[in-house]
Design a protein. Structure first.
Length: 326
């Protein structure tokens, strides 16, 4: 892929009017490029792929085939939101793939973080390939490439890349967001009518909760991560911190501690809370979360999440820590 340079005179997309003009232009470009052919998109439910999906639905409707692979490592409610927004509200041609057992069986007993990432990435490619082969007449592959992806990969798109597909499935690419920065993508998403919960979704690692369920993933500990994360997000939103803190999530390590629950001795997992602010993800500071809010979150998690008896708050900035734990 050749290096792509953002035009010096390209206006920053900061308003609904600029977003509407961008959408109108891209609709024309997509229709010109695709014609009456079909386009395939791996729709994760993240900001970039969701905005691409909404834009292509506006441009070519049912010619777009969205494939949403639920690998069991998404946050609570995210697969359901993808189906609700795109199939039920936008009438998208959506293929939903329940691959939870397939992924978790592959990951069973695997504790090394990089190996977990490789398994998740490789298995996603295999599932996506299988779904692609079931479809006829697909000539294009849409991707949520944005401008930082191109800058960071020196002209070779890698961040959302469904690369690794066999040679006979090398589609022509459709990348309508490739000259936009993330904040501009969000403005376009709002103009396309996507819900705020999708447009302003926090950064989320490709392997999802797989790198927040530390060590070898077990189904019960994975559910504890998902449920505790949902409580943290709900309480931050109620406290007015949603959109003010760059990223916040929970982590559960692969060890237990002694505690007391319901008047009896317990041996259960700790939950670690992480809340950080950053400009570029190269460095990060820890959010000064009010102690009363931490107490409320702790009470809810220990009362509502099975298998948990302790909550800790990570005070480590980056450096010396990283934002994620794996």
């Amino acid at each position: 892929m050749e290096n792509i340079k953002r035009p010096d005179d390209m206006a920053r997309i900061t308003t609904a009017e600029l977003a509407a003009a961008f959408i109108e232009e891209q609709v024309r470009e997509i229709q010109k490029q695709v014609g009456n052919k079909k386009v395939l998109l791996a729709l994760s439910g993240g900001v970039d792929s969701s905005v691409v999906a909404a834009l292509l639905i506006k441009a070519i409707g049912k010619q777009l085939v969205c494939v949403h692979v639920n690998h069991g490592l998404l946050r609570k409610g995210e697969p359901e939101q993808v189906v609700e927004v795109f199939r039920d509200q936008m009438d998208a041609n959506l293929v939903y793939v329940d691959a939870i057992d397939r992924f978790l069986n592959k990951l069973e007993g695997v504790a090394e973080p990089e190996q977990k990432r490789k398994i998740i990435g490789a298995e996603f490619i295999r599932v996506f390939e299988e779904e692609a082969r079931k479809l006829e007449g697909i000539e294009f592959l849409a991707q949520g490439t944005i401008y930082p992806d191109i800058l960071e990969s020196d002209g070779v798109k890698a961040h959302h890349n469904v690369g690794g597909l066999p040679e006979d499935l090398q589609f022509q690419l459709v990348e309508p967001l490739k000259l936009l920065f993330k904040d501009e993508v969000r403005v376009v998403g709002k103009a396309l009518g996507l819900p705020d919960g999708m447009v302003y979704r926090q950064p989320f690692p490709g392997p999802g909760l797989g790198v927040r369920c530390l060590g070898a993933i077990t189904r019960d500990r994975l559910e504890a991560v998902r449920e505790s994360d949902a409580i943290l997000r709900e309480e931050f939103a109620a406290a007015g911190l949603e959109g003010k803190v760059w990223q916040y999530f929970t982590v559960i390590p692969d060890f237990k501690s002694v505690g007391v629950k319901d008047g009896k001795r317990s041996f259960a997992w700790p939950v670690i809370l992480r809340a950080v602010n950053t400009r570029d993800a190269m460095t990060a500071t820890v959010e000064d979360v009010p102690f009363a809010l931490l107490q409320k979150i702790t009470q809810r998690i220990t009362a509502e999440v099975p298998g948990v008896n302790r909550v800790c708050f990570d005070l480590t900035p980056k450096p010396t820590g990283t934002i994620e734990w794996e």
